[in-house]
Design a binder for this molecule. Structure first.
Ligand code: ADP
Ligand code: MG
Length: 588
C-alpha cells in the first residue's frame, strides 16, 4: 500500500464525496438486513401456527403478507441506496482518474529531453493509460467494495451476536483461515501483476515503433520477421496473463468453500442447540435467519479476494507511475522574473558530453555573436553543430563552461522566456497531424491568415500549398497527406518565421531543398533577419557565405573562424569546401 499512499491527496480533495459515499453505504447495508429478519420471523409465524391449537389461517396469511410487503419495501430502498453508493464512489474514481492523467501528462511535458531518450514512448503511453486505469480500479471499485464489506460484516455480525453469541462464534470459525489464504494469494497476485504490466509496456513500445517506422519496415520487407517478434512478445504477455489468471481464479472457489463450511456449521450446531432447547435458538426461523446472514457475507467476503487483487494490481501500477512522477526535470527554471532578450549570445569554453552515450560532442568552444548579427556553423555530420543549438535553447545544460545571453548566464534567464524568444527550425522537421495552417500557427497562436500566408511565402512553400485541394486547411501526417522532405522543412521554417522571435536558429533546414530555392529563401531571410540574431547550421557554403561570422567545427572543436573572405584566404577546410561546391554548381 506504500505506493498507493500517493493517492491520498485525491481522497482529501474529494473528501465530501467520499464521506457521502460512506454514509450512503451504511444506509444501504442497514436496509438490506431486514430481509433475513423478516424471513426468520415468517418461519417462526408458520412454526407457531403449526404448534397452536386454534390454527387461525387468516391471521397467518395477514402476518405472512405483511412480511412480504416489508421485504419488498426494504429491498427496494436498499437497492436504491446501493445505486447511489455506486454513483458517488465510482464517479469519484473517474474524477481521480482525470486528475491523475493530467498530472502525469503535465509532468511528462516538463521532463527534460534526456528522460525521453531513456524511456520508450510506448512505456510512457502505457503508464498514462493502462496503469492509471488499474489505479482507478483501486480508487473506485476496490474502495467501494471494501467499505461495503466492512460495513456489512460489522453490522451483520453485531446482529448475529445479539441473537446468538454461541452460534455466531461457531459460524465465524473458518474466518482466520480465510484471511490467511487471502493474504497469501494476494501477495502472489502482486508479483504476477507487476510482471504482466511491464510486459504490456514492452508490447506497447514495440508496436508503437513498428507503426512509426512502417515505411522502413515495408521497404526492407521485414514484415514476417517483425510479425515473429510480435508473436514472441504477445506469447510472453499471454503466459504472464495466464499466470495471473491462475491465482486470481483460485480466490472465488476458495471463498465459497469456506463460506459453505460456515453454512454446515450453522445447520449442525444451530440444529443441535434447537433440539436441546437452547433459548438462543427458540425457533427454526433463527437457523434460517443465520443461514441468510452467512450468505449475505458470502459475496462481500468472496469479493475481498477480488478487491485485494485489484489493490495489488493498483499498487504495482502506482509504483510504475510514481517512478516517473519522481523524475525531476534536469533543466530547471531558476527564476520567475521575466527577462526580455536582446539576442547577444556568447559561448565561453563550453564543453558538452552526452551523459547516456558518453560522447563528447563539444570541446572547449568559445565564440560570440552580437545582437542582430548572423553566424554560420559548418562542419561534417557529428561535428557538434546541432548540439550548439540545443544548448542555446537549454534543452541540455553545458558540462563545463558558460553560455551567456545578453551577458548573463543562460541559467539565470527565465527558461520559458528564453525558449519563447528563440525560433528554432530543427534538423528533422516535425509536423503534427493537423492542418498546414495550424502547423504554421504553432509558432504564434494569434497569427492571422494573412500572416500565415506571408510566412509561407517567405519560406517559399506558399506555391506548393495552394496546389493542394484544401490549401492551408490540408491535413498532414497520419490522417492526411505526406509532404516531401523539402516541403516539410519549409513549413517548419514558416512556423519559425511567424514566431518572430529575436533569435533564429536554423539547423541544416535547407538540406532537402534545391540550391535555387535555397537562394530565394536565404534572400528572403536576409531582410527578415536584419535585426535578429541568426545562427545558420549548414553543409553548404552558399548558406554561409553572407554571414557576419563563420565557424568550422570538427569533432566538437572550432578549427576555423572568420568571415567568408577571411576563410578563403585561410586556405583550409572552408576553401576546399567552397571550391568543391563551386565545381558541383558548374556541373549543374
Ligand atoms: P551535427 O549536428 O554536427 O551532425 P550533433 O551535434 O548532432 O552533430 O552530434 C555531435 C555528436 O554527439 C555526435 O557524435 C552524435 O552522435 C552525438 N549526439 C548527438 N545527439 C545526441 C544525443 N541526443 N544523445 C547522445 N549523443 C548524441
Ligand atoms: Mg545536426
Amino acid at each position: 500500500m506504500k505506493e498507493l499512499q500517493y493517492l491520498n491527496k485525491y481522497f482529501i480533495k474529494y473528501k465530501y464525496r467520499f464521506l457521502l459515499g460512506l454514509f450512503i453505504t451504511i444506509i444501504a447495508q442497514i436496509f438490506s438486513l431486514f430481509t433475513p429478519e423478516l424471513i426468520g420471523n415468517s418461519i417462526k409465524v408458520i412454526e407457531d401456527y403449526v404448534k397452536s391449537s386454534t390454527k387461525d389461517v387468516d391471521l397467518l396469511k395477514v402476518s405472512l403478507l405483511k412480511n412480504i410487503f416489508y421485504i419488498l419495501i426494504t429491498t427496494i430502498i436498499a437497492g436504491f441506496f446501493t445505486f447511489l453508493m455506486r454513483q458517488t464512489l465510482i464517479v469519484m474514481s473517474r474524477y481521480v482518474e482525470f486528475d491523475l492523467k493530467n498530472e502525469i501528462f503535465n509532468h511528462y511535458q516538463n521532463l527534460s529531453q534526456s528522460f525521453y531518450k531513456r524511456n520508450r514512448t510506448g512505456d510512457l503511453m502505457n503508464r498514462i493509460s493502462e496503469d492509471v486505469g488499474k489505479v482507478r480500479m483501486y480508487v473506485g471499485p476496490a474502495v467501494m467494495y471494501s467499505l461495503n464489506t466492512l460495513m456489512r460484516f460489522t453490522i451483520v455480525v453485531i446482529y448475529m451476536y445479539n441473537i446468538s453469541p454461541k452460534l455466531t462464534l461457531y459460524s465465524l470459525l473458518p474466518l482466520p483461515l480465510l484471511s490467511y489464504s487471502i493474504f497469501k494469494i494476494s501477495s502472489e497476485i502482486h508479483k504476477r501483476s507487476g510482471a504482466f504490466q511491464q510486459n504490456l509496456s514492452n508490447l506497447f513500445s514495440f508496436t508503437q515503433e513498428i507503426f512509426s517506422g512502417i515505411r522502413v519496415i515495408k521497404a526492407y520487407a521485414i514484415e514476417t520477421k517483425k510479425q515473429k517478434e510480435f508473436i514472441d512478445l504477445t506469447q510472453q504477455s499471454k503466459t504472464k496473463a495466464m499466470d495471473l489468471a491462475k491465482v486470481n481464479s483460485l480466490f472465488g472457489p476458495l471463498m465459497i468453500l469456506l463460506i459453505g463450511l460456515s453454512n454446515l456449521v450453522v445447520v449442525f450446531v444451530g440444529g443441535s442447540m434447537y433440539i436441546n432447547g437452547d433459548p438462543e435458538i427458540a425457533s427454526i426461523g433463527v437457523i434460517a435467519q443465520f443461514i441468510l446472514y452467512i450468505n449475505m457475507l458470502t459475496w462481500p467476503v468472496a469479493s475481498l479476494g477480488w478487491v485485494s487483487s485489484l489493490v495489488q494490481e493498483a499498487e504495482a501500477s502506482q509504483k510504475r507511475i510514481n517512478e516517473f512522477l519522481k523524475e525531476e526535470p534536469e533543466i530547471k527554471n531558476t527564476t520567475t522574473e521575466h527577462t526580455k532578450i536582446d539576442g547577444t549570445i556568447a559561448f565561453e569554453n563550453v564543453s558538452f558530453t552526452y551523459e547516456d552515450t558518453n560522447i563528447q560532442a563539444l570541446n572547449n568552444i568559445s565564440f560570440s555573436i552580437e545582437k542582430g548579427k548572423t553566424l554560420a556553423i559548418l562542419g561534417k555530420t557529428g561535428s557538434g553543430k546541432s548540439t550548439i543549438l540545443t544548448l542555446i535553447s537549454r534543452l541540455y545544460d553545458t558540462t563545463s563552461g558558460h553560455i551567456l545571453m545578453d551577458n548573463k548566464s543562460i541559467k539565470e534567464v527565465n527558461l520559458y522566456d528564453l525558449r519563447n524568444q528563440i525560433s528554432v527550425v530543427p534538423q528533422d522537421a516535425f509536423l503534427f497531424s493537423d492542418s498546414i495552417k495550424n502547423n504554421i500557427k504553432f509558432g504564434n497562436e494569434n497569427a492571422t491568415d494573412e500572416e500565415v500566408i506571408e510566412a509561407a511565402k517567405k519560406a517559399v512553400v506558399h506555391e506548393n500549398i495552394i496546389t493542394f485541394n484544401e490549401q492551408y486547411e490540408t491535413v498532414l501526417g497520419e490522417r492526411g497527406i505526406t509532404l516531401s522532405g523539402g516541403q516539410k522543412q519549409r513549413v517548419s521554417i514558416a512556423r519559425a518565421l511567424i514566431k518572430n522571435a529575436p533569435i533564429l536558429l536554423l539547423d541544416d533546414c535547407l538540406s532537402a531543398v534545391d540550391t535555387e530555392t535555397e537562394e530565394t529563401i536565404l534572400n528572403n531571410l536576409l531582410a527578415y533577419c536584419k535585426d535578429k540574431t541568426t545562427i545558420i547550421v549548414s553543409h553548404r557554403v552558399s548558406s554561409a557565405k553572407n554571414a557576419d561570422q563563420i565557424i568550422i567545427l570538427e569533432e566538437g572543436k572550432i578549427i576555423e573562424q572568420g568571415t567568408h573572405n577571411q576563410l578563403l584566404d585561410n586556405n583550409g577546410y572552408y576553401k576546399q569546401l567552397y571550391l568543391k561546391q563551386l565545381s558541383e554548381k558548374e556541373i549543374d
